[in-house]
Design a protein around this ligand. Structure first.
Ligand code: SF4
Ligand code: SF4
Length: 350
C-alpha cells in the first residue's frame, strides 16, 4: 500500500473515531446524502433489477416537498433521486427544481430511455448537478440485459442530449455480470468518446430479480479480471467501483483513489417510495431494513434515534467470522445487501 493511501486510511479511521465520540456524547450529525426511491414504475425490465419489497403508494408531490424542506433545514447536502425510473414521475422536474431551490445538490439516476430533446430541455431548467445514465454493455449486450432493442441507442442519445442542453455532470453506470464482462474494453472506448465525467462500475446485488439468478454473479476469476480492468483503465477514463465491496484486500489501494466504507446511518440513508426510511436504495424495502416512517415521524427524529445497528457496527460483533477477522477495522463486515446471499466477504469472492 502506498504511503499516500495509508494516510487516507488513517484519515478515514480518525474520521470514524470522531463520529463515535459524537455518538458517545449523544450527538448525531445530519447525513451528507439522502437518496429518494421516487417510484417503482419503470419502462424497462432488466434481468438484474433489484426492486423488491412491500411497496405502498408513492409519496405525493406535496409530501416529498415537505420532506425536502425537512432535509434542507436539517443540513443535508445532497439529494439523489432514483427509482424505478424517476423521469416517469410527472412531477419529476418540479421536485428536482424545488430541491435545488431549497439548497440541496440534486442528482438523479436514469436508464435514459424516455429522455428525448424536449425532456432534456426541461431537465435543463431544473437545478440538477449530476445525472447518471445506465449503460450495461455494447449495443447488443445492453439491449439483451435490458430486454429492449432500442434501449442502448436511447441511453446514448440521452447522454448526448443532456450534455448538449444541461450544465449537469453526466456520468455512466455499468453493472458488471458474466453476460457483459467481455464487452468492458469496447464499452470503455464508447464512454470515452462520449466524454462523460466518470464511469461508475458495480456488480450485481443479490436482491429483486437477481436474488436467485446465479448466472448474474461473477466468479472469483471474473471479479479479479474486473479489478485489474479498473486498474488498467485509470489512465484512459475516470472510473469508480461501487461500494458493495467496501474493502478489496490487496486490490484496495490500486482500484480505489481513497478507502471506502458502508456509509449507511453515518453519512447516508434512503427514503422509500411510500416514505419509509431505510439504509440505502439497494436494501430491499422490507420491515427488516426499515428504520422509520416519514408519514408519522420527522426525518430528524428517525435519523437521530435509529440506525443504531450501523453506528455500533453490530455486524462485526455478531458475525463470528468478522469478529475474529484481522481486517474488520477496514472492512466493517462488508455490505449489508451482499449478505442477503452470503456474498459479502471479500475473502470468499477473491
Ligand atoms: S470476515 Fe468480515 S470483516 Fe473480515 S473481510 Fe470478511 S466480511 Fe470483512
Ligand atoms: S448496504 Fe451495501 S450497497 Fe448499501 S450503502 Fe452499504 S455498502 Fe453500499
Amino acid at each position: 500500500m502506498s504511503f499516500y493511501y495509508s494516510l487516507l486510511r488513517l484519515r478515514q479511521k480518525s474520521f470514524l473515531e470522531s463520529i463515535d465520540l459524537l455518538y458517545a456524547h449523544g450527538k448525531v450529525n445530519p447525513p451528507n446524502t439522502v437518496v429518494w426511491d421516487s417510484t417503482k414504475k419503470c419502462n424497462l425490465d432488466c434481468i438484474h433489477c433489484g426492486s423488491e419489497g412491500n411497496y405502498g403508494g408513492e409519496l405525493s408531490t406535496e409530501e416529498i416537498k415537505s420532506i425536502i424542506d425537512q432535509l434542507s433545514s436539517f443540513g443535508v447536502e445532497h439529494f439523489q433521486i432514483t427509482g424505478g425510473e424517476p423521469t416517469l414521475r410527472t412531477d419529476f422536474i418540479d421536485i428536482s427544481t424545488y430541491a435545488g431551490k431549497r439548497g440541496l445538490k440534486t442528482s438523479f439516476a436514469s436508464n435514459g430511455y424516455s429522455i428525448d430533446e424536449d425532456k432534456a430541455k426541461s431537465i435543463s431548467k431544473a437545478d440538477v448537478s449530476l445525472i447518471q445514465i445506465s449503460i450495461d454493455g455494447t449495443e447488443g449486450i445492453h439491449n439483451s440485459i435490458r430486454k429492449n432493442p432500442e434501449s442502448f441507442e436511447r441511453a446514448i442519445n440521452a447522454i448526448n442530449l443532456l450534455k448538449k442542453h444541461t450544465n449537469a455532470k453526466i456520468t455512466a453506470s455499468t453493472i458488471v455480470m458474466p453476460q457483459n464482462i467481455k464487452s468492458l474494453p469496447e464499452l470503455k472506448s464508447i464512454l470515452k468518446s462520449l466524454k462523460i465525467s466518470f464511469w461508475n462500475i458495480g456488480t450485481v446485488m443479490p436482491v429483486g430479480k437477481a436474488k436467485n439468478n446465479q448466472s448474474l454473479f461473477l466468479s472469483g476469476e471474473q471479479f479479479r479480471y474486473l479489478l485489474q480492468f479498473i486498474i488498467d483503465s485509470r489512465k484512459d477514463i475516470r472510473v469508480e467501483l461501487g461500494e458493495n465491496y467496501p474493502y478489496l484486500l490487496r486490490y484496495d489501494a490500486s482500484v480505489r483513489k481513497s478507502p471506502k466504507f458502508c456509509p449507511v446511518g453515518i453519512l447516508y440513508c434512503c427514503i422509500g417510495t411510500d416514505g419509509h426510511v431505510r439504509g440505502c436504495p439497494d436494501q430491499p424495502d422490507t420491515s427488516f431494513y426499515r428504520e422509520g416512517d416519514l408519514k408519522t415521524e420527522t426525518f430528524e427524529d428517525i435519523w437521530r434515534a435509529r440506525f443504531q445497528r450501523y453506528r455500533t457496527r453490530q455486524i462485526i460483533k455478531e458475525d463470528e467470522k468478522c469478529s475474529s477477522c484481522d481486517n474488520k477495522a477496514d472492512c466493517f463486515g462488508g455490505c449489508w445487501v451482499m449478505r442477503e446471499r452470503d456474498l459479502h466477504c471479500i475473502f470468499d469472492v477473491l
